[in-house]
Design a protein. Structure first.
Length: 236
């Protein structure tokens, strides 16, 4: 993890974040001064139960996986955070990480805000508070769906569901290959397996089956979704 430096790039960090969409330049600069940027490499942990801290992360670039680990060592992904939104341990906002970990799926850039500054800059603004409430409500619904999927869906259905979720996320997680309009997902088979709650070997087998049927195209570290509609059908 590396500090990205204060000031000039601070408002860049916040400019495209949904909850700040209609703030003035002056308001944006005040928040940016209180939320220094940090960068993380893919695979880095931003948060863990072993080192808890009450901070709010504002994700500017990359994707972050929120997961918890069961007593028998299995990981359950509880959320996939896309650029332009928030996560973290923040009791003031009714947002708790409990025993969750936060891991960067890609190289990520975040702004970090303390409890005091959240109260000063965010909770004092009704516009921002309402948007945060909406984000956390959607995330709770997503978590309930993921927990249901982990119980009732097959491994192949969970992999298809994860691919559809990532393929339809905005903004797209990576650039399209030249000459194609199909969504692409920049993940290794091991990363996708972790998101779907299965082994890398099983994930690779399912992906190859989907590729043989023309739903996907596979390449090193990248999956191109060729038929989102059929993949949704596979997801059940």
């Amino acid at each position: 993890m590396v500090d990205a430096g204060p000031d000039a790039e601070g408002t860049w960090c916040l400019a495209e974040v949904d909850i700040f969409c209609d703030l003035s330049e002056q308001e944006m600069q005040a928040i940016a001064a209180a939320a220094p940027m940090k960068t993380y490499s893919a695979g880095d942990l931003l948060y863990s139960p072993a080192q808890p801290s009450e901070v709010l992360f504002i994700l500017k670039k990359g994707r972050v996986r929120i997961f918890r680990v069961s007593a028998d060592g299995r990981a359950l992904t509880t959320a996939i955070i896309a650029a332009g939104t928030i996560f973290g341990e923040m009791v003031l906002l009714g947002q708790r990480m409990y025993d969750n970990y936060a891991e960067a799926l890609d190289d990520a850039v975040v702004c970090v805000m303390s409890r005091a500054d959240v109260h000063r800059f965010l909770l004092a603004d009704a516009r921002i508070t309402a948007r945060i409430t909406a984000i956390l409500g959607r995330r709770l619904a997503d978590l309930e769906q993921r927990l249901s999927d982990s119980v009732f869906k097959t491994v192949a259905q969970r992999i298809a569901t994860t691919l559809v979720t990532l393929a339809t996320a905005q903004p797209p997680p990576g650039p399209l290959w030249p000459g194609t309009h199909h969504p692409q997902i920049a993940l290794t088979h091991e990363q996708l397996a972790a998101l779907a709650g299965t082994s890398r070997e099983t994930c690779t087998k399912v992906l190859r089956e989907y590729a043989d049927r023309g739903l996907l195209r596979l390449a090193r570290g990248r999956i191109t979704v060729l038929d989102t509609s059929r993949l949704k059908d596979e997801a059940g």
